[in-house]
Design a protein around this ligand. Structure first.
Ligand SMILES: Cc1ncc(COP(=O)(O)O)c(C=O)c1O
Length: 406
């Protein structure tokens, strides 16, 4: 695969920042968008835009067809059994909030436990805290093994107790680069009748995702982290689980009939999509999924691991650097701290050299506390990044270290 050639698909990458060629290493926050996605959005608004599911005129039919085609495409992308298992949302955060509100309201009561892990993003913690406050349920956190950042699988049995009703965990850690053993985690929970939710915000655009192989009940993903538009995403829910779930929000499109005092609901997935949806988001995500599958998600995963391993190895040679996450088998991102240099200083100086990093808690405050740090600097890669860019980044980090420790 000629990875460098793919850069031509991303007009934004071809620019200088503060006089230097842009090195975009903030892909875990959001990815860039290829020309085919930009064109799909433009084509939709120039030719087909109308509200979906409502009109019987030509444009409404076309918009509805495009919207539902995106649902079928999303189902194929994650190997769901049916397009009815695909709910469109604003992204991973809304997908998780939807489960916490709708499934949680029906299935969680005082004394129940919701099991999370110590490496969760705030969007896979706070919705459960809100649910726990409403219901009197408790939260528990499967520990990690320290800076290496693996889940402590030896202690999983201890944490999967009979009070646990839901186990929600991340596919790939956005701070550590850990790739979690999703199939095993789901299987161990399922044996005990525990419902599972996989946060695949960092996974779905980077490696093959097969919800049937995973054996999960729910899976959440964000379009903007996988070459698609912002403000759009997917919640996968296993058909049997969705059939039993009350609505999330009320409004147009999710009802069968409305009376002054009562209403009846459509079946899934439309029961969970109140109001006018983001039609262009669906069209853009469809184009993004086609684009990613043309490259091949297995290829992307291999390239990610090569970039992750290369960056980890090059950084590990820098004096006094502290690296987080697994040594081997890591995803395409590296978090680090330079001795006596604040992560924000690293990111600010790197920006002056055209290198876009992220510094902070990465919406992982509990994980940062667990690691005994306030923040880290993070470089996160996508398939359009190259080892030459990593060389440039490492050179800049070395320069920063020398400047701050001279
Ligand atoms: C692991 C993980 N989960 C959830 C999210 C939230 O995604 P979004 O902001 O697209 O809803 C992120 C975003 O950084 C993430 O990295």
């Amino acid at each position: 695969m000629n990875w460098s050639a793919l850069r031509a698909d991303f007009p934004i990458l071809d620019q200088k920042v503060h006089g230097h060629p842009l090195v975009y290493f903030d892909n875990a926050a959001t990815s860039q968008k290829p020309q085919v996605v930009l064109e799909a959005l433009r084509h939709y608004y120039e030719h087909d835009n109308a509200n979906v599911h409502r009109g019987i005129h030509e444009l409404s039919n076309r918009a509805t067809t495009a919207f539902e085609a995106a649902r079928a495409r999303a189902a194929a992308f994650i190997n769901a059994r049916s397009a009815d298992e695909i709910i469109f949302t604003r992204g991973t955060t809304e997908s998780i909030n939807l489960v916490a509100a709708a499934w949680g309201q029906k299935n969680i009561k005082a004394g129940d436990k919701i099991l999370l892990t110590e490496m969760e993003h705030h969007s896979n913690i706070v919705p459960w805290q809100l649910l726990a406050e409403r219901t009197g349920a408790k939260l528990a956190f499967l520990p990690i093994t320290g800076d290496i950042g693996l889940l402590d699988m030896n202690r999983l049995d201890e944490w999967l107790t009979k009070e646990v009703k839901l186990f929600a965990f991340t596919h790939i850690s956005n701070s550590l680069g850990t790739i979690n053993p999703v199939v095993e985690l789901c299987a161990r929970a399922r044996k005990l009748g525990i419902t599972t939710l996989v946060d695949s915000a960092q996974g779905a655009g980077h490696r093959p995702v097969d919800v049937q192989e995973f054996g999960c009940d729910f899976l959440a993903l964000s379009s903007h982290k996988m070459c698609g538009p912002t403000g759009f995403g997917v919640l996968y829910g296993r058909q049997e689980v969705l059939a039993d779930m009350p609505p999330y929000q009320g409004g147009g499109e999710m009802i069968l009939s409305v009376d002054f005092h009562t209403s009846t609901w459509k079946p899934a997935p439309h029961r969970f999509e109140a109001g006018t949806p983001d039609m262009s988001g669906a069209v853009g995500l469809h184009a993004a999924m086609d684009y990613l599958d043309k490259i091949g998600r297995k290829n992307i995963a291999e390239h990610d691991q090569e970039l992750g391993a290369y960056a980890y190895e090059r950084l590990s040679r820098i004096n006094g650097i502290r690296l987080f996450g697994p040594h081997i088998g890591r995803a395409g991102l590296v978090s680090f701290l330079l001795k006596d240099v604040h992560a924000h200083d690293v990111v600010t100086v790197a920006d002056q050299r055209g290198v876009a990093l992220r510094g902070g808690h990465h919406c992982n405050q509990p994980l940062m506390r667990r690691l005994g740090v306030e923040s880290t600097a993070r470089a996160s890669f996508y398939f359009y990044n190259t080892t030459a860019e990593i060389d440039r980044f490492v050179e800049v980090v070395e320069e920063i270290r020398k400047f701050f420790t001279a």
